[in-house]
Design a protein around this ligand. Structure first.
Ligand code: GLU
Length: 450
């Protein structure tokens, strides 16, 4: 089991993190989960402690905070805060998304950046870990406002980026529209058509086919591999998917293709249940095109659908895919899910299950796939986009999706083998953290005190 840090040297490292990063509870949570798995690793490799690899990893290589002034449609000056945490470049350029959401604080970006290091390592691709974003809220803003914000954001950020240095992408609140505005401003300031500086680009201007689907598809490929371990499939299963953004939409798409029935999905205002299975075209129209609240789904779909202003985890299903945001599924919800017969949980979002929820799942013997393994398909396909950009090539959807599928199978195998090697069979949290950490630690040791 993971969470508790028993080894004194690791506990000291964790106490150091608490002391130096006060009030950053999400960051503490992410660090505690990883360090909680490393006891047997440092026992086998005491030089990791002697070389202080863990303390080094808990400190980002660079943290950038900047002012983002812009003018709204009413002519009023607005000020937001921008962040980029360049966490670890030991495996490749810093790589990770940008999140635009009012809840974004430095600690949020640090937690996401920390997760990203191990996620990216697990993919086996040459990418380091980073994350960024802003407390800007795109909700209710016009395209012109979003553009002015993105241009101001990039006017500061561009000096830190480069295809060999730092390569952002999207995350919550940052999709194709925002990446377009950001890329346009980067190109304008630098006078360089440096396609590999951002990923998640449009297909006509250096983007990769299958990138938009990749996080959701990858999560379902991973969940399918987990099911296969116990001789099951997703075919005929009831599935609940939280969220209704990019990750959730393509997770629902793939679940449906594999014969599962998506019963419910959500946004921050509540959830919709549809006994006939969620109509994806309608969800996409409401969320992606019209940018409306999810209750509109039940109003327009009618039939056996309804909107509920509560927590989606009360809808019984064999499979649950949390694809919304961090800490959206707590211990209480997990207990209800176990009682209702949930058998498999795979995280499409970053850290959506609280540590209490994860313990409940693991103690109940459920299959639990943590985000840094299950949602790695997005960033892995970003690395494929970078490969295409570097070779000035573009691959077919089938080829790229095939590579994604192969990468997800590889991550699954790495998690299973590592958990097995350390005598923790079936513990994907342990397998993901230890496999990811080991790759990063070995590279750090090879490069000296950096
Ligand atoms: N934001 C995504 C993640 O959490 C994708 C990052 C990327 O493609 O660089 O992994």
């Amino acid at each position: 089991m993971s969470a508790t840090i028993i080894v004194p040297a690791l506990q000291d490292a964790y106490q150091g993190v608490l002391r130096r990063n006060p009030a950053e509870s999400e960051f503490h949570q992410a660090v505690e989960e990883v360090l909680g798995c490393l006891g047997p690793v440092v026992e086998r490799n005491p030089h990791y402690l002697a070389e202080r690899v863990i303390e080094r990893l808990c400190e980002p290589e660079r943290q950038i905070i900047f002012r983002v002034p812009w003018t709204d449609d009413a002519g009023q000056v607005q000020i937001n805060r921008g962040f980029r945490v360049e966490y670890s470049s030991v495996l490749g350029p810093y790589k990770g998304g940008l999140r635009f959401h009012p809840s974004v604080l430095l600690g949020t970006v640090k937690f996401l950046g920390f997760e990203q290091i191990f996620k990216n390592a697990l993919t086996g691709m040459p990418i380091g870990g980073g994350k960024g974003g802003s407390d800007f809220d795109p909700k209710g803003r016009s395209d012109a406002e979003v553009m002015r914000f993105c241009q101001s954001f990039m006017t500061e950020l561009y000096r830190h980026l480069g295809e060999y240095t730092d390569v952002p992408a999207g995350d919550i609140g940052v999709g194709g529209r925002e990446i377009g505005y950001l890329f346009g401003q980067y190109k304008r300031i630098t006078n360089r058509y440096e396609a590999g500086v951002l990923t998640g680009k449009g297909i006509a201007w250096g983007g990769s086919l299958a990138r938009i689907e990749a996080t959701g598809y990858g999560t379902v490929y991973f969940a399918n591999e987990m099911a296969k371990q116990v001789g099951a499939t997703l075919d005929g299963k009831d599935v609940v998917v939280s969220g209704s953004g990019n990750v959730a939409i393509y997770a629902m798409d793939k679940v449906t293709e594999l014969g599962g029935k998506v019963l419910a999905c959500s946004d921050s205002s509540g959830y919709v249940v549809d006994e006939d299975g969620i109509d994806l075209d309608l969800i996409r129209d409401i969320k992606e095109r019209r940018r409306e609240r999810i209750r509109v789904y039940a109003q327009e779909r009618g039939g056996r659908s309804r909107f509920v202003e509560g927590r989606i985890w009360d809808v019984p299903a064999q499979v649950a895919l949390p694809c919304a945001t961090q800490n959206e599924l707590d211990e209480d919800a997990a207990i209800a899910m176990v009682k209702a017969g949930t058998k498999l949980v795979a995280e499409g979002a970053n850290m959506p299950c609280t540590p209490g929820a994860v313990s409940v799942f693991q103690e109940a013997g459920l299959l639990f796939g943590p985000g840094k393994a299950a949602n790695a398909g997005g960033v892995a396909t970003s690395a494929l986009e970078m490969q295409q950009n570097a070779s000035r090539d573009s691959w077919t959807f089938e080829h790229t999706d095939g590579r994604l599928h192969e990468i997800m199978r590889g991550i699954h195998e790495r998690c299973v083998a590592t958990a097995q090697e350390y005598g923790q069979p079936g513990d994907y949290v342990f397998g993901a953290n230890v496999a990811g950490f080991t790759r990063v630690a070995e590279a750090m040791l090879a490069m000296g005190v950096i």
